[in-house]
Design a binder for this molecule. Structure first.
Ligand SMILES: C[S@@+](CC[C@H](N)C(=O)[O-])C[C@H]1O[C@@H](n2cnc3c(N)ncnc32)[C@H](O)[C@@H]1O
Length: 268
């Protein structure tokens, strides 16, 4: 790609980025040679990674459609990434044009590109921020303006909590959002995981990613469930993404589901 006007000036183009690598795996064109090189190094150990990320994205969209069906109108998408096919606001606003979405990401390309596609949308915004600072995220003027304090909302943490490798920090972070949101709100999580038969190999891929791109930690289904203390987990529970309410066109019971954990949980 020769047009690089999508790269904000403050981006270090010599370092790979989580958001741009994800974009590459999903077939997008907002990525650089340094991202593609790191992506290929991880895929050499873990060839199923692009399929995992597609299953992750499909879960996110099915989950938002499920929430929209239940009348959820407010969404806070933390670590939202570079917009790709089937975005949260498109799914939520096609179910209810009044739905409101705040996208938050720490990656400048993700924020800038999201802003560009949301220029004509007065009910969805993209902001820069660090989801690990829950107090600042929740106090952000755009979060306050669009989502307000009273109405239940859905907090989305899709494929991002594994970038909080410290277990205690991850648990405290989830708890901080839970404390702050009204009863009846939801938390949707998807998370890099492993299955027994491939744990060693996928562990090596995660080590490569941690070294080349950003520290990350895979968690088992049980460990992800442990992060959701204080929430009521919605059926079918903490499962792999392909097992979460598959649509008519999805395989309802893959024998070897891809190792990406997910859950939808409700504050009661
Ligand atoms: C793998 S992508 C997932 C994108 C999207 N949520 C999805 O599931 O399709 C992870 C995103 O989280 C962002 N991210 C990682 N750590 C973050 C943090 N501490 N605060 C905000 N965003 C973060 C990355 O920049 C990246 O865009």
């Amino acid at each position: 790609m020769t047009d690089q006007t999508w790269i904000p000036e403050d981006v270090d183009t010599g370092r790979p980025s989580i958001a741009r690598i994800y974009d590459f795996h999903l077939g997008g064109d907002h990525n650089l040679p340094v991202d593609r090189e790191a992506a290929r190094e991880v895929v050499a150990v873990m060839p199923e990674l692009p399929s995992i990320l597609r299953a992750n994205r499909a879960f996110l969209i099915r989950c938002v459609a499920h929430l929209a069906d239940r009348g959820v109108r407010n969404y806070l998408d933390l670590g939202s990434g570079i917009p790709t096919v089937g975005n949260v606001h498109e799914t939520a606003q096609s179910a209810d044009p009044l739905a409101r979405v705040v996208y938050l990401d720490s990656d400048p390309v993700a924020v800038e590109h999201s802003r560009r596609i949301l220029l004509d949308n007065d009910r969805a915004v993209a902001v820069a921020g660090d989801l690990r600072d829950a107090a600042s995220v929740l106090a952000h003027p755009e979060v306050q303006r669009l989502l307000g304090p009273a109405e239940p909302l859905a907090v989305l943490m899709s494929a991002v909590l594994h970038f909080v490798p410290d277990d205690a920090e991850a648990a405290d972070l989830v708890a901080a959002y839970r404390e702050a949101i009204p009863v009846g709100s939801y938390l949707a999580v998807s998370h890099g995981s492993h299955r027994e038969e491939s744990a060693a190999r996928i562990g090596r891929a995660a080590e490569t990613y941690s070294r080349k791109v950003a520290p990350m930690r895979l968690r088992s289904l049980e460990q992800v469930a442990g992060l959701l203390k204080g929430f009521e987990v919605v059926e079918p529970g903490v499962v792999y993404c392909e097992q979460w309410r598959p649509g008519p066109e999805d395989d309802p019971a893959p024998v070897y589901p891809l190792p990406q954990a997910c859950a939808l949980a409700r504050k009661v």
